[in-house]
Design a protein around this ligand. Structure first.
Ligand code: CP
Ligand code: NVA
Length: 321
C-alpha cells in the first residue's frame, strides 16, 4: 500500500499508523539499497532544512546532514547558542520565521512542547530529533535493524532494561505496540513510563496483538526476548538532578552482561542500544559490559547507520511525498 506523507510532521510515533510506519521502514530499506548501489536520484534539490540542536548529537545531526546532501538539499545547523530561540524570541515566532525559509525543520532539545509548537506554527514538516519524552527517528532505525535481523516484526519480543521512563523506553513502547511486537520493560517500578502513555500503548497493543509488560525482575523481564535493548541510565540534561546516584544504584541489577543475555533462553537474542553508550570492563556501574557490546549479538552500529536511511525516508516522504 502506498501512502502520501507529504506535509506530515514526525513529533511522536503516536501520530503514525502501523501502515505508515511499515511504509517508512520499507522506503528506508529501498533508500539504503539505492545508496549502496551508488544511485542518487536527488529528490530534494533546491530545498533547505533547518537543524536546531539544544542538546548535543553525533548520529542525529550527521544523519540529517548526510541525508540532505545525498538528496541535494541544503542543511543549515542552528545551534542553540547561535539563534535567538529561547532568548530573544519565542518558539512561535521562530517557527513562523523558519517556516518562511526552510522546507523542513529538525528539532532536538528538552521540551516536547517546543517541537509541537514548531510544528503548529511553521507550516512545514517538523521532525523530532529527540526530546525529554520521545525519540521517534531512533525507533524507526531500531525497527529497521530488527527487520534486517529477523525478516519481520510481528510477534517478536523486545525487552528494554534500564531507565524505563526515558525518551527511548517511551518511544520503543509505542513503536513495538504499533508494529505488533511484544515489549517488556525491566526496571524498578519507579522507573516505569507514566500511566497515560502505558494506557495508550496498551490500547494500541489490543489492536495489533502485542503484549506490553513490566517487571522489576531483570531475569524474568528478559525471558524469551529476541532483542535486549538498553540506553544510558542518565539522559542528557539530567546529570545534576537530585536522586541520580540512587537511580544508578537501583539500575545495577539491570546491566546487560552475558548472564542477562543467556537468561533469555534463546540462542539468537540480539543486543541493541541507541548510542552513545557507556560500556565497561567489569566496573558495575554502567548499562552494558564490553563483552556484550563488542559481541556478534550486538547490532549497535547497524542501528547507527540506519539512522541515515530512516531519516532520509522521513525527510523525502514529508517534503515531496
Ligand atoms: N542515538 C542518538 O540519537 O545519537 P546522537 O545523540 O549522537 O544523535
Ligand atoms: N536517553 C538518551 C538518548 C540519547 C540518544 C538521552 O536522552 O540522553
Amino acid at each position: 500500500m502506498a501512502f502520501n506523507l507529504r506535509g506530515r510532521s514526525l513529533l511522536t510515533l503516536r501520530d503514525f499508523t502501523p501502515y505508515e510506519i511499515d511504509y517508512l521502514l520499507k522506503l528506508s530499506m529501498d533508500l539504503k539499497a539505492e545508496k549502496r548501489s551508488g544511485i542518487f536520484p536527488r529528490r530534494l534539490v533546491n530545498r533547505s532544512i533547518a537543524l536546531i540542536f539544544e542538546k548535543s548529537s553525533t548520529r542525529t545531526r550527521s544523519a540529517f546532514a548526510v541525508a540532505a546532501a545525498d538528496e541535494g538539499a541544503h542543511p543549515e545547523f542552528l545551534g542553540i547558542n547561535d539563534i535567538q530561540l529561547g532568548k530573544k524570541e519565542s518558539v512561535k515566532d521562530t517557527a513562523r520565521v523558519l517556516g518562511r525559509m526552510f522546507d523542513g525543520i529538525e528539532f532536538r532539545g528538552f521540551k516536547q512542547e517546543t517541537v509541537d509548537t514548531l510544528a503548529k506554527y511553521s507550516g512545514v514538516p517538523v521532525w523530532n530529533g529527540l526530546t525529554d519524552k520521545y525519540h521517534p527517528t531512533q525507533v524507526l532505525a531500531d525497527l529497521m535493524t530488527v527487520m534486517e535481523n529477523f525478516g519481520s516484526l510481528k510477534g517478536l519480543k523486545m525487552t528494554y532494561v534500564g531507565d524505563g521512563r526515558n525518551n527511548m523506553a517511551n518511544s520503543l513502547m509505542l513503536g513495538c505496540a504499533k508494529m505488533g511486537m511484544n515489549y517488556t520493560i525491566g526496571a524498578p517500578e519507579n522507573l516505569w513510563p507514566e500511566k497515560e502513555l502505558i494506557d495508550y500503548a496498551k490500547d494500541v497493543a489490543k489492536e495489533t496483538g502485542s503484549i506490553i509488560d513490566f517487571s522489576a525482575n531483570p531475569k524474568a523481564a528478559v525471558k524469551d526476548a529476541d532483542i535486549i535493548y538498553t540506553d544510558v541510565w542518565v539522559s542528557m540534561g539530567e546529570e545534576n538532578k537530585p536522586g541520580i546516584q540512587e537511580r544508578i544504584e537501583s539500575l545495577k541489577p539491570f546491566q546487560v552482561n552475558p548472564e542477562l543475555m543467556a537468561a533469555t533462553g534463546k540462542g539468537h537474542t540480539i543486543f541493541m542500544h541507541c548510542l552513545p553508550a557507556h560500556h565497561t570492563n567489569g566496573i558495575h556501574d554502567m548499562e552494558v559490559v564490553e563483552e556484550v557490546f563488542e559481541s556478534k549479538a550486538s547490532k549497535v552500529f547497524d542501528e547507527a547507520e540506519n539512522r541515515l536511511h530512516t531519516i532520509k525516508a522521513v525527510m523525502v516522504s514529508s517534503i515531496v511525498g
